[in-house]
Design a protein around this ligand. Structure first.
Ligand code: LRH
Ligand code: MN
Length: 425
C-alpha cells in the first residue's frame, strides 16, 4: 500500500494548525463556507486511463519511469490520486488501450479503491496492428466505404458492451474524421454518413446510457473535421435523440473562442453532456487544467453553476466531469493532482459569486459592478476550503505535497522499473 490512511492522518496533523488559521477566516466570515465544502466533497472528477504515462509528442517522449504496465496498475494509480484528494473517484477508460479482460475483477479492484467507471471512449482514430480488416486512414463513421463504417460502428457497440460490464453509463465518441485538403471530402455526404453511423450506435445504447459527441476544430485532420465545433456536435446530438449530448474538451476550440458562452448555451438547450478538462495556449495542448487560462476555467464554472441551478441540476451528478490530458515534462500523477485542484478551486470560486447581485447589475447594465462581482470571487483564495473538503473526506490537506513527501514516483519506479510505458497518449 503506497499510502496508508495513517500516513495521510499524520501529514494532516502536522499541518492542522496553519490550516485551521487559514480556515478560520472562512468559517467566521463566510456563511457559504459550509455549503461550498459539502459541494466540493460531493464533486468527483474522472481521471483518464490514457493519461497515466508520459505520452510525449511526435518530436519526442521523455518517460519518467514507474508507469503503469496494465489496467490493474492504472486503477491503482487512480486509486492513489483518490486517496490523496478524495475527489478523483472515477476512471474513464479508452478502448482498446485499456480492454478490461476480466471485467468483474476490474470492477472489484476499482471498488476497492473507491472508484467507479465514468464514460468509456471508443477509438476509430488509429489502426490496430491485429484484428482490424479496414483502415481508418480516410475516416471511420464518415468513410466512403460502408464496410469501414460498419467496422467502426461494431467497435463502438463493443465498447458499450465493455462499459456495461464495468457499470459505466456513457460512451464518448470522438472522431478524428475529416479532411486535410480542399476538395478531398464531400462535406454533405460525410455529415449524412456520420449521422447514419451514429444513429446505429445510438440504437445500441442501453436505456439509461448517454452518448457524448465530442467535437474538435482540427488535428489530426487539418482542413476540416466532420465534428468540428459545438454547432455540428449539437446538430448530431439533437438529430440522434434525448440520450445524445455534446462533450466540451477545452482544448478543441479555435483560438479565443468564448467557451463559457458555448457552455452556457449548450446547458440552456439541455444538450451539454460533460467535459474534458485541460488547458491550452495554442492548439489541443492537453496541458494542466487552469495552468494557462485560470480565469476562463472560473468563467466556465460560473456559467455551469448559474445554468445548472436554473435547470435544478445536481452539480455532482448532472454532467460528466472528466479530465483529458497528456504529459510531456511533468510527472503524470502530479499533473493530474494539479488539474483536480484547479477544477475544485474554479468550482468553489464560482459558488462564491453573489448571483442575485450579479443579475441585478446585469439587468441595470452596471457593467463595472458585474465585473467586480465576478473578479471578487475569482480573486478570493479558496484553497483553505478545498483543503478542508479533502481533509473531511479522508484525504490530504495538500495532496501534491504528500505525494512528494512520500516519494511515490520513486516507489513506483522501484516496483515497476524505469522503462515501463503506459498505453494511451
Ligand atoms: C482527442 C481527444 C479525445 C480522446 C483523445 C485521447 O483529441 O481529446 O477525447 O479520445 O483525445
Ligand atoms: Mn478529449
Amino acid at each position: 500500500m503506497l499510502l496508508a490512511p495513517e500516513t495521510i492522518a499524520d501529514f494532516n496533523q502536522q499541518h492542522l494548525d496553519s490550516h485551521r488559521r487559514k480556515l478560520a477566516y472562512w468559517t467566521d466570515e463566510v456563511g457559504a463556507a459550509e455549503t461550498i465544502i459539502e459541494k466540493l466533497i460531493a464533486f468527483q472528477i474522472a481521471i483518464p486511463s490514457w493519461a497515466l504515462g508520459t505520452g510525449g509528442t511526435r518530436f519526442g517522449r521523455f518517460g519518467g519511469g514507474g508507469e503503469p504496465r496494465n489496467l490493474d496498475e492504472k486503477i491503482a494509480d487512480v486509486g492513489l490520486l483518490h486517496a490523496l484528494n478524495r475527489s478523483s473517484g472515477a476512471i474513464s477508460l479508452h478502448i482498446p488501450w485499456d480492454i478490461p479482460t476480466d471485467p468483474e475483477a476490474t470492477r472489484q479492484l476499482a471498488a476497492h479503491y473507491g472508484l467507479r467507471f465514468d464514460a468509456v471512449n471508443s477509438n476509430t482514430f488509429q489502426d490496430q496492428p491485429t484484428g482490424q480488416a479496414h483502415s481508418y486512414k480516410f475516416g471511420s463513421l464518415q468513410h466512403t466505404d460502408a464496410a469501414v463504417r460498419r467496422q467502426a460502428i461494431e467497435h463502438n457497440i463493443e465498447v458499450i458492451r465493455h462499459g456495461v460490464a464495468l457499470g459505466s453509463d456513457s460512451l464518448t465518441v470522438w472522431l478524428s474524421d475529416g479532411s486535410c485538403f480542399p476538395g478531398q471530402l464531400n462535406f454533405r455526404k460525410a455529415f449524412d454518413r456520420t449521422l447514419d453511423s451514429l444513429q446505429q450506435i445510438y440504437a445500441a445504447l442501453p436505456d439509461a446510457w448517454k452518448l457524448f459527441v465530442e467535437y474538435k476544430a482540427f488535428e489530426p485532420n487539418f482542413y476540416s473535421m466532420t465534428v468540428g465545433d459545438w454547432g455540428s456536435s449539437l446538430l448530431y446530438a439533437t438529430k440522434l435523440g434525448p440520450k445524445a449530448y455534446t462533450l466540451v474538451d477545452l482544448g478543441h476550440h479555435l483560438p479565443n473562442a468564448n467557451i463559457e458562452q458555448i457552455v452556457a448555451i449548450l446547458l440552456h438547450e439541455g444538450k451539454l453532456g460533460g467535459f474534458h478538462f485541460n488547458d491550452s495556449k495554442y492548439g489541443d495542448d492537453d496541458l494542466t487544467a487552469g495552468s494557462i487560462k485560470p480565469y476562463q476555467l472560473f468563467l466556465i464554472f460560473n456559467e455551469l453553476v448559474d445554468g445548472m441551478d436554473a435547470r435544478g441540476m445536481d452539480h455532482a451528478t448532472g454532467l460528466g466531469w472528466m479530465i483529458d490530458a497528456s504529459h510531456n515534462v511533468k510527472d503524470p500523477l502530479e499533473d493530474l493532482l494539479q488539474s483536480v485542484d484547479a477544477i475544485q478551486m474554479a468550482y468553489a470560486q464560482a459558488l462564491l459569486v453573489d448571483r442575485a447581485a450579479l443579475e441585478e447589475a446585469r439587468e441595470t447594465n452596471d457593467v463595472v459592478q458585474a465585473q467586480e462581482l465576478l473578479q471578487d470571487a475569482f480573486r478570493t483564495d479558496v484553497r483553505p476550503l478545498v483543503a478542508e473538503a479533502n481533509r473531511r473526506a479522508g484525504g490530504a490537506l495538500n495532496p501534491l505535497a504528500l505525494f512528494r513527501r512520500q516519494n511515490v514516483r520513486r516507489q513506483l519506479i522501484s516496483e515497476r522499473g524505469l522503462k515501463t510505458v503506459a498505453t494511451g497518449l
